[in-house]
Design a protein. Structure first.
Length: 147
């Protein structure tokens, strides 16, 4: 049972990278560009961005799985919710803290992987428009950014 729980958490975590890529490319740079645009074009004075509403959405999705686990006795609900939560925490630490420096920590991380992630994200932000973007993933980016 423990192996299945851990496997489900890990599988959900990995699947969330695809979900993040898909929603970033087709939803954030698609019909919800109005929420994501301020992340590319700093047209606000607030520390909070409209783009941060996406975090709230995924927190709600994770909460639904906790409710399904508790109320509907859906055994996989808790490990799925845990995988979504862990991905969200990782996303926050890598994207908001490490890359965008919303908090001034992890500044000295300079390994090959760290540089590749930063490089890919910088290329993504070079384009300030809805269309013609690249590098929509967060943890797994094309190998060319690690060279």
């Amino acid at each position: 049972m423990t192996f299945l729980w851990i496997f489900t958490v890990m599988l959900t975590f990995v699947f969330m990278e695809f979900v993040a890529w898909f929603s970033h490319k087709y939803i954030m740079h698609g019909f919800l560009w109005s929420l994501h645009k301020d992340h590319h074009i700093k047209d606000h004075d607030s520390w909070f961005e409209r783009n941060d509403f996406f975090f709230i959405f995924y927190a709600l999705v994770s909460s639904v799985f906790v409710i399904l686990w508790g109320e509907a006795n859906f055994w996989f609900g808790l490990p799925i919710a845990s995988g979504i939560f862990l991905y969200g925490l990782t996303y926050f630490m890598v994207h908001d803290i490490f890359i965008h420096q919303r908090f001034k920590i992890f500044r000295k991380a300079n390994g090959k992987y760290a540089k590749g992630i930063r490089r890919a994200h910088k290329i993504h932000h070079k384009n300030i428009h809805k269309e013609d973007g690249e590098c929509f993933g967060m943890l797994w980016v094309p190998l060319k950014y690690f060279k």
